[in-house]
Design a protein around this ligand. Structure first.
Ligand SMILES: [Zn+2]
Length: 258
């Protein structure tokens, strides 16, 4: 039993008992935790500033139960520009959902932190939401151990210089336009779509937001991400479904270039 302090990304909050909240947070040192925040739903409460999609330094009591108790908070960044816009908020939720989905409780992964903070900052500042969020999401997948080898053609070993490029979403392989087999889990994208993805994966977090994906390229990268998550994780985060249905991003079919 101990009191500790950690930098926390607040991923989720839901009502708990009469006036408390059950918080899912991701700590820089502690990884994902579940914690009770007492009295947050009363108007006057010192934890009233604790809300989802924010970055807060928390004082936490770790008792005998699995659930910790948040006893104090000091907001670092609330990303207000992100929560004023439903679309940006949905992209921000996708980052929170992905972290919640991919990491087990108490599995420390400090490298996650800057990608989420960088993503939320970019969304708050009005950067291209799809580019910022999906770049961070692909890097988060990589940190979780999912990194498709989409670099050279599986058959000829060459770096594609012509499109379309076929991506295998199950076996993580790539085929150039001449060697595309007839498998049904392949998806064809523009050369420019694949190149944009490659450039994103070479970025460090300080350059998050570079190489904007617009129009058809953005739609293709979104679709590849959604299907990759479905293929490897099996579930789609709710925010990803929301973005697909409400924002109407993405394309159908196997050949995304038509
Ligand atoms: Zn080839």
């Amino acid at each position: 039993m101990a009191q500790y302090q950690d930098h926390m990304l607040i991923l989720k909050s839901r009502p708990y008992r009469e006036s408390d909240a059950l918080i899912t947070a991701f700590g820089l040192k502690s990884g994902k935790i579940g914690a009770i925040a007492k009295g947050t739903r009363r108007a006057k409460n010192r934890l009233a500033g604790l809300y989802p999609l924010s970055y807060t330094v928390c004082e936490i009591y770790h008792g005998r139960s699995n659930l910790d108790t948040i006893t104090g908070t000091d907001l670092v960044e609330g990303f207000s520009g992100m929560r004023q816009d439903l679309s940006r908020l949905s992209w921000g939720m996708l980052l929170a959902d992905l972290v919640d989905e991919m990491w087990e409780e108490r599995d420390a992964a400090p490298a996650v932190f800057p990608w989420v903070v960088g993503g939320w900052e970019g969304l708050a500042q009005g950067a291209n939401a799809l580019t910022i969020t999906l770049t961070a999401c692909w890097h988060l997948l990589q940190l979780a151990g999912y990194y498709p080898q989409w670099e050279t053609c599986e058959v000829c070993g060459r770096v594609p210089d012509d499109g379309p490029v076929a991506l295998d979403l199950v076996h993580d392989r790539l085929y150039c336009t001449r060697h595309r087999p007839g498998d049904d889990h392949l998806v064809s994208v523009f050369l420019g779509t694949w190149r944009t993805w490659r450039r994103w994966m070479e970025l460090d977090v300080n350059r998050l937001g570079q190489y904007e994906a617009k129009g058809a390229i953005g739609a293709q990268i979104f679709t590849v991400f959604r299907r990759y998550v479905q293929s490897h994780i099996g579930r789609l985060p709710r925010s990803l479904q929301f973005l697909q249905e409400v924002e109407n991003i993405g394309v159908e079919g196997e050949d995304l270039t038509t």
